[in-house]
Design a protein around this ligand. Structure first.
Ligand SMILES: [Zn+2]
Length: 465
């Protein structure tokens, strides 16, 4: 059994900061011991990694990605191969992607399609959520079987009428089913019926630039949908996870629900914490780079999101990584913002941007690891295999240099997309080395992994209840 020792670093988990050496045996964490103690110095090893001056972190868990996702007549630009490689470069060793049920087809068929896309291609481990596009008697029954085999979370949409949209009755039925089978309903909470009216009016009046994407997707319509989702979940007796929360008033709805003791959780994404409607309003057609839904909000919302992350009104930061190239893909929406594919690249930079938030004083180090590694693993039934550094856990480990300076750019990133949403942004902190189940994927800033190392992760049910 191969043995690796990581010595000299500061091990940071959601609960502790320990100056300790880490022993890895056969792909799992075997032991931790304080630097220089007899226990630590007695370990023999095939490989020793010097982490002096570095943080030793659990690998990041990005619970919201869309590799090769079909949208508006095109596909998200990262495949499972390029997307998981980019994830590894940024210290993320687990992704949970979304398999999609096509209208009129079974969940199984959608899941099989996504397995075929990912199988033997991933650089790091991966699991699946299921998008429910067609809630009916048979798909409701299928939910039970999926939960039993490790697809334990189901995303529903209150937006995108005619595509993914479910009405309140269908949502209620899916939530009732989830309350019985242990599944977790994830909600895209925006009132898509009302938004489509505003889109039509904006286009008719000649307001066609990217910034109007942000205008029509009103804060009130995110807050209203969030409120409605909470009430439906309450009636169904089901837990609820609201994805990509961007508006202050939506945070308020989640906080109010939690204050009542309801099992309601919220996720936000780096784009809502670091970018704003100023980006959507960039001159020319540049704003298209920042078109995603929920949309970027005015800058004032950011402080509410940071506060929500600090006091656990929001539990998880995922990326909603859904990259479309500016050239040829985003450009489909020139002259009509509603035709711009919705989504942004980000899987590579979540850990670094959130570390910058530690440097800037928004988060503590332990909270950084909690929202980026431990809580997503717990939320989606992967803990403590993923999300922590403790005996028995998978040896998904990031050696992180907290003092390294870097400038984010499309020139140097590894995502298969022709722009960066954070072009030119300087951040402090960088991944040095990444292990996935004890095997190096990134070694001293060189990619040494391979497609097919990553394995599929059947998941347990939510451990955050
Ligand atoms: Zn998404």
């Amino acid at each position: 059994m191969s043995r690796t020792v990581i010595h000299g670093g500061l091990v940071v988990t959601a609960s502790d900061e320990i100056h300790a050496d880490v022993l890895i045996e056969g792909g799992r964490i075997a032991a931790l011991a304080a630097h220089g103690t007899d226990a630590a110095t007695s370990w023999s090893a095939d490989r020793r990694i010097d982490a002096t001056g570095m943080y030793v972190l659990p690998g990041g868990v990005d619970a919201h990605t869309h590799m090769e996702m079909p949208f508006g007549g095109t596909y998200a630009a990262d495949t499972f191969e390029t997307g998981t490689r980019a994830a590894a470069w940024g210290g993320t060793t687990t992704i949970v992607d979304f398999a999609i049920q096509t209208m009129g087809r079974s969940l199984r068929e959608g899941l099989d399609t996504w397995h075929a896309k990912a199988d033997a291609r991933c650089a790091v481990d991966y699991g699946f959520h299921m998008i429910l596009s067609d809630v009916n008697e048979s798909s409701l029954k299928e939910m039970d079987r999926l939960v039993a085999e490790g697809v334990t979370s189901f995303k529903l949409f209150m937006a995108y009428p005619g595509v993914f949209y479910s009405d309140d009755g269908r949502i209620l039925r899916a939530m009732q089913r989830a309350s019985g089978n242990g599944g977790l309903v994830m909600m895209h909470a925006e009132n898509g019926i009302a938004i489509d009216v505003l889109v039509e009016q904006a286009l008719a009046e000649g307001r066609t630039d990217p910034r109007y994407h942000g205008d029509v997707r009103k804060v009130a319509l995110e807050a209203e949908a969030t409120h409605r989702a909470v009430q439906l979940a309450r009636v169904a007796g089901a837990p609820l996870y609201v994805v990509h929360v961007s508006a202050d008033e939506a945070v308020d709805e989640i906080a109010a629900a939690r204050h009542k003791g309801l099992p309601v959780f919220g996720e936000t994404c780096p784009q809502y914490l670091f970018l704003s409607t100023d980006n959507l309003a960039e001159p020319g057609f540049e704003g298209a780079k920042y078109v995603c839904s929920t949309p970027l909000r005015p800058r004032e919302h950011q402080e509410v999101l940071w506060r929500g992350l600090r006091n656990n009104e929001l539990q998880v930061v995922s990326t909603d990584h859904c990259p479309f190239c500016f050239s040829g893909q985003k450009e489909m929406g020139r002259g009509d913002f509603s035709k711009i594919p919705n989504g942004m690249p980000g899987v590579e930079h979540r850990m670094d941007l959130l570390h910058q938030a530690v440097v800037d004083g928004h988060l503590s180090r332990r909270r950084w690891v909690e929202i980026a590694c431990a809580s997503p693993a717990r939320m989606f039934g992967l803990y403590p295999k993923k999300g922590t550094i403790a005996p028995g856990a998978d040896a998904d480990v990031v050696i992180y240099d907290p003092g390294a300076e870097q400038t984010i750019s499309a020139e140097t990133h590894h995502m298969a997309v022709d722009y960066s949403a954070y072009e030119g942004r300087r951040v402090t902190g960088q991944v040095r080395t990444v292990l996935s189940r004890g095997v190096p994927v990134i070694e001293d800033r060189a990619y040494v992994g391979h497609a097919g190392h990553g394995t599929y992760l059947p998941r347990g049910t939510c451990q955050y209840l």
